[in-house]
Design a protein. Sequence first.
Length: 117
Amino acid sequence: MDLNKIQADIDKMIFDRDWDQFHSVKNLSMALSIETAELMEIFQWQTEKQSNEVSKHPQLKLKVADELADIFVYLLRIVKKSDINLEEAVQNKLKKNLEKYPVEKFRGSPKKYNEID
């Protein structure tokens, strides 16, 4: 994945349409939430098994891909507007989670860190 090219393509689309004026971090975070809800809506009435078989249904897969793309674009816009190094943020968060969720206590468990002794 060439993130620099993707970011440049997004920037050009936004610039050409003069949309940056509408892209406050607040508005982008709301749009991200809405797109995430649209992804959830696709799976709302499906079983766990059905939701794990997206790849077997081309039309469903396309819908999911479209929503994921929207989510990704808004995420990248928030990252840029907030001047956040996403790679660094992910690495820092993984480090925190590794400490919060040690393997010996959490392997196979869906519990949160504050629910296990």
